[in-house]
Design a protein around this ligand. Structure first.
Ligand code: FE2
Length: 249
């Protein structure tokens, strides 16, 4: 598996608290069958001011070296989880944001109660600027829970759609789970990731999720969500999927 959404970079956001915890998160990922991880610290103005630059690069290098020293055979890549903002297309064009492994894909999140019309405007502006948003955990957004057809629209615009394992397994509550399963049934999901923060909070363990998806959605769909599309994101290739089912008006 390839985990495209993790907060394993220590000390930069509400994710891993220490290098020791980061190594534990990587170890757990490997044990659960994940071979590649993108570290995606929050990039959220005024809250987690992580932008591309020397400081973040040094922190990423330190994690990379620690992982190597510990002999953990994981492939580690750079990324960010960017909170949507008006000037996002400029931030992307000016290289202030780490896209996912320097591809044209970047991980984008919204406030849980955001205005869907504004979301669409930001998404469209980023696409017009030449970047493809991968929308982080839409099943957790209240406006998506109220109207999951919004995700069908994003999918049709060309976005990647990333679900959190916890939403699928029910650990983010009933509404997030119902929404996640509905999005999966409507074939508007590109990939599933851990969004791991800490060893005791949303870990990197993907086993239960992989099992659940295999049993309920079949091996091919599961492979697409956990390996094929994440690999396409890493390499900047076109995402694949089944024919999406529109939501009734
Ligand atoms: Fe996240």
């Amino acid at each position: 598996m390839i985990d495209i959404h993790t907060h394993v970079l220590p000390g930069v956001d509400d994710g891993s608290e220490s290098m020791e915890m980061s190594l534990k998160l990587v170890e757990t990922a490997l044990e659960s069958g994940t071979h590649s991880i993108i570290a995606t610290p929050h990039c959220y103005r005024g809250v987690f001011d992580n932008y591309a630059g020397e400081e973040l690069q040094d922190r990423w290098d330190a994690l990379h070296h620690a992982v190597r020293r510990a002999g953990l055979p994981v492939h580690l890549y750079q990324g960010m989880e960017v909170m949507a903002c008006e000037d996002l297309p400029d931030l992307l064009k000016n290289g202030r944001v780490w896209t996912l492994n320097s591809s044209g894909y970047f991980l984008l999140e919204f406030e849980f109660g955001e205005d869907p019309a504004w979301c669409r405007k930001i998404i469209s502006a980023c696409i017009a600027a030449g970047y493809i948003p991968v929308i982080a955990h839409p099943a957790r957004y209240y406006f998506v829970q109220d109207d999951p057809g919004i995700v069908y629209d994003w999918y049709r615009l060309g976005c990647g759609i990333q679900l959190n394992k916890d939403s699928i397994l029910g650990d983010n509550g009933r509404r997030a789970r119902d929404t996640a399963l509905s999005l999966l049934r409507h074939c508007v999901v590109s990939c599933v990731a851990s969004d791991a923060h800490r060893t005791y909070w949303r870990s990197t363990d993907m086993r239960r999720c992989e099992e659940y998806l295999g049993q309920n959605f079949g091996e091919d769909y599961t492979y697409m969500l956990l390996e094929d599309n994440p690999d396409r994101i890493l390499r900047g290739r076109k995402l694949v999927g089944y024919k999406p089912l529109p939501y009734a008006e």
